[in-house]
Structures are given as structure tokens and as C-alpha cells.
Design a protein around this ligand. Structure first.
Ligand code: URP
Ligand code: ZN
Ligand code: ZN
Length: 467
């Protein structure tokens, strides 16, 4: 199959220009001006006129939780529904978190995630590994996973009794990545202190979801962020902070980067577009319970500044959807029992285009960088993914920067019964989405195939070590 995309504005992290793109099979074969008239172009199977539209590398969401067991239930999207929704939103690769259950091996967790994804995903996927136990056996297993293209490991200073690791465990895992070339990703909130405050909050009579936001102080995200960065400094390894939400945490990252340390961080659309106010309104606020929690609005301009100045390199979603009816309501009467997580994989690229590019906060090139190219580099996928370049996978989106759409649970494709952005109109939408040369979404219709998605065997986090 050969496809020629003509007259589009190719937008990359480095610049934009008008050119044609020839796709041969699964990869980009040529890029140049006026290719339609050239010899051999009569053997093209399809020509797509992208005039007036962008041609961008497919979005890469490096933080999703399909089917995550959490809070006594499971995140609702499967690899099929979740990657399908991702594709509708212009995201052509995800990196999901496989989970090591306490007492089990990393291998068992990874095998379970391979089984969930293989034959089901509609776009390509990779895995990080959530480490619940750090011991001699799991440390040794880390090396094997790195060799298998799963080179990063998420540890938590939050969720005591579930995923929590103490500083010694975190440090041991970091020491291991100093040897095996992997990357530690940190959920940085001081979960021990937060649990005390949350218990006090409930005892004082606040049981609604607003209590979740009130108890998880931003200063305790800042403290934990600084602590894990300093642990990484001592272990002489890079570290990546996931779902950064608070000014205090950003300050810690910025200070480390100013010192020349390899500290990296992502934020998520919910921290840029939603706020603590959304956690109010009685139990409706459960729709917005995630950790770290939504913050007061004054954190938002700081996060945007962080994105502009590259103290934040990535925007991922932390997609972890639970139905309002039947799942979130497990926490009626005690906010601590609301399953933590929000849906978002479908809306990230458009929200960032609308609020970022149309909103005048970032350039369209920066938009491509934070949604595709930077995650590809930091997570060992570049230039196969995250680039519009000869030889790269033809994961491409023909993006209309002017089309408007209104986000709603009635029309989204995520398997969840509400949207955090219900009724919000965004400017910018994916018209055609290609995964390895195949059109998977065209003008609002799914044209892909369950099982088309392949496992992305990722390389070491060299970019994190050389940046
Ligand atoms: O609330 C969240 N973030 N749920 C997913 C698990 C995690 O901590 O990333
Ligand atoms: Zn987390
Ligand atoms: Zn997460």
C-alpha cells in the first residue's frame, strides 16, 4: 500500500513547512515538494489532499492504565476500547503501566499485560512496569525487562499499603537503573502524611470528594518530588516525575534542572484545565478524583510556564477511567474509597491544541513536542515514533486546526459514562489518523482493526541521560 499526502503543513517539534509525504507500507518513504507530479506516483494507491491542514506525528501518550486493578475495581477501558479512543483523538502510541502484584514477580505482571494487549490494541503500545516490591529477585528481574524493551519502572511515595515504597527501596531501584540503563518514574506525593490528614478530614466530618483535594496538600507533592530527585542525584541516575500537578513540585524540578541534574517531568491536561472547584458539588466531585488531586487555579499558569520553558517536557493523560455509576460511587460516604483516576486518552491532543496553541500559550511546534516528540525521545521510541521523517513509522495525523467539536460522554469513544470536559468546545480535531501506514480513523469513522497494534520494544532512556 502506497499513500501520498499532498500539500499539508508538516508540523514537527523543530519547525513547520509545506511538503508532500509518501508512505510505502508501514513507513515514510519520502518527503518533498511537488511529489504528485513525479515519475512513479501513478503507482500510489491513495492520494490524500491535506491542503489547509497539518500533518503531524501521531500523538504518544506515555501514561495510561488500561484495565488497572485499583480501589477494589478495574479501570474500565480495555486495550481495545482504550486504544480505539486514543486513535480517535490523534494518539497512535500509548505506553501503559503493567503491574507487579505484591509478592508476585515482575515477569508475571508483564506477561499479564502482554496478554491483555496482544490481539486487542488497535494502535501500537509499550509498557512501563509498576514495581510494588523491591527485593533481590525483582531487582534482578529489572535487567531482563530492560533487555526486553520495557526499560522504565514506576515507584510510589504515595498509596501506603498498596504501591508505596520507602526511600531505601526507591534508592535500591535507582541504583539498579544506574547499571542497567533504565529509568525510574516516580509518583511523588508524601502518602504517609496524606493518609494522616485524610483520616483527620474524615473524622472532622468531610467525607465528600472535596476532602480528597483538601487532604492531599500541594506542599507534600513538592516535598516528595524534591526528595526523589535528591535520591536520584545520589544514585547518579535520571528520574522522571509523573503527573506533576503543583507549583511546589515544579519548583523542585526547576531547581534540579537549573543545577544541571537530569530531572524530567510530565503534567496532564486535568492539571492544566480543571481545578479543585471541580471536586466540589457534593458527590459529583467523585468524577474528578485522581492523585495528585486537582489544584487551585493559581497553579495552572505555573504549569504552562513550565511547559514553555521545558521544565515540563511531556503532557500525558494518566488515563484511568472509572464509571461514575457503579465504580466512583464505591466512595460514597468516604472520599478515600473513591477509585482514583480520570478518563482522558481521547482528548489530550485537542485540549492542548485548543488551550495551548489557539489559546496563545504555546506554539504549534511545542504542541507537537510535548504530545509526541519529547515522549518518543525520553522513552526510547525516537525516531521510529514522534517524527515526520524518512524511515519513521507512518503514524501520522491529518489535523484540522480550525474544526471545532464539543466534548461529551455521548459522543466520546472511551468506555466510561462521563466526561470531565462535558460541553467544552475545542478548536482543532484529527481528520485522518494513520497507524503504521494504515488509516485507522477517517472523518469520525473507525477504519482500523482490533489487533493491528503491535508491542513497541523500546530502547534505553539514552535521551534522558544525554539531555
Ligand atoms: O489517580 C490516579 N492517578 N490514578 C492512577 C494511578 C496513578 O497513581 O497513576
Ligand atoms: Zn501515580
Ligand atoms: Zn497513573
Amino acid at each position: 500500500m502506497r499513500t501520498l499526502i499532498t500539500n499539508g503543513t508538516i508540523v514537527t517539534a523543530d519547525g513547520s513547512y509545506t511538503a508532500d509525504v509518501l508512505i510505502d507500507g508501514e513507513t515514510i518513504a519520502a518527503i518533498g515538494a511537488g511529489m504528485a507530479g513525479m515519475a512513479g506516483m501513478n503507482q500510489v494507491d491513495e492520494t490524500i489532499d491535506a491542503s489547509g491542514r497539518y500533518v503531524i506525528p501521531g500523538g504518544i501518550d506515555v501514561h495510561t492504565h488500561m484495565e488497572l486493578p485499583f480501589g477494589g475495581t478495574f479501570a474500565k477501558d480495555t486495550f481495545e476500547t482504550g486504544t480505539r479512543a486514543a486513535a480517535f483523538g490523534g494518539t497512535t502510541s500509548i505506553v501503559d503501566f503493567a503491574v507487579q502484584s505484591r509478592g508476585a514477580s515482575l515477569r508475571a505482571g508483564l506477561d499479564a499485560w502482554h496478554a491483555k494487549a496482544e490481539g486487542n490494541a488497535v494502535v501500537d503500545y509499550g509498557f512501563h512496569m509498576i514495581m510494588s516490591d523491591v527485593n533481590d529477585d525483582t531487582l534482578a528481574e529489572m535487567d531482563q525487562l530492560v533487555a526486553e524493551g520495557v526499560p522504565d519502572f514506576k515507584l510510589f511515595t504515595a498509596y501506603p499499603g498498596v504501591f508505596f515504597s520507602d526511600d531505601g527501596a526507591i534508592f535500591r531501584a535507582m541504583q539498579r537503573t544506574a547499571k542497567n540503563g533504565g529509568l525510574i518514574m516516580m509518583h511523588a506525593e508524601n502518602g504517609l502524611a496524606i493518609d494522616v490528614i485524610a483520616a483527620d478530614t474524615v473524622a472532622a466530618g468531610t467525607t465528600d470528594p472535596i476532602g480528597h483535594g483538601l487532604a492531599r496538600y500541594s506542599v507534600l507533592e513538592g516535598e516528595a518530588t524534591n526528595r526523589v530527585i535528591r535520591l536520584a542525584q545520589a544514585a547518579k541516575v535520571p528520574v522522571y516525575i509523573v503527573h506533576l500537578s503543583a507549583r511546589e513540585a515544579l519548583d523542585a524540578v526547576r531547581m534540579a534542572r537549573d543545577e544541571g541534574l537530569p530531572a524530567f517531568a510530565e503534567t496532564c491536561p486535568q492539571y492544566l484545565f480543571l481545578s479543585l472547584d471541580d471536586l466540589g458539588h457534593g458527590f459529583e466531585g467523585a468524577k474528578f478524583v485522581c492523585s495528585p488531586p486537582l489544584r487551585t487555579v493559581d497553579h495552572q499558569p505555573e504549569l504552562w510556564k513550565g511547559l514553555v520553558r521545558d521544565d515540563l517536557q511531556v503532557v500525558s493523560t494518566d488515563h484511568c477511567p472509572f464509571d461514575f455509576h457503579g465504580q466512583k460511587d464505591l466512595g460514597k460516604g468516604d472520599f478515600r474509597k473513591v477509585p482514583n483516576g480520570l478518563p482522558g486518552v481521547e482528548d489530550r491532543v485537542d485540549l492542548l491544541h485548543d488551550g495551548g496553541v489557539v489559546g496563545g500559550r504555546i506554539t504549534k511546534e511545542r504542541w507537537v513536542a510535548i504530545t509526541s516528540t519529547a515522549p518518543a525521545k525520553l522513552f526510547g521510541m525516537y525516531p521510529r515514533k514522534g517524527a515526520v521523517a524518512v524511515g519513521s513509522d507512518a503514524d501520522l495525523v491529518i489535523y484540522d486546526p480550525n474544526r471545532k467539536r464539543t466534548i461529551s460522554a455521548a459522543s466520546h469513544h472511551m468506555a466510561v459514562d462521563y466526561s470531565c470536559y462535558e460541553g467544552r468546545t475545542v478548536q482543532g480535531a484529527s481528520d485522518i489518523v494513520m497507524s503504521r501506514g494504515s488509516v485507522v480513523v477517517r472523518n469520525g469513522e473507525f477504519t482500523g482493526r482490533k489487533g493491528h497494534g503491535q508491542f513497541i520494544r523500546r530502547s534505553l532512556a539514552d535521551h534522558a541521560r544525554m539531555a
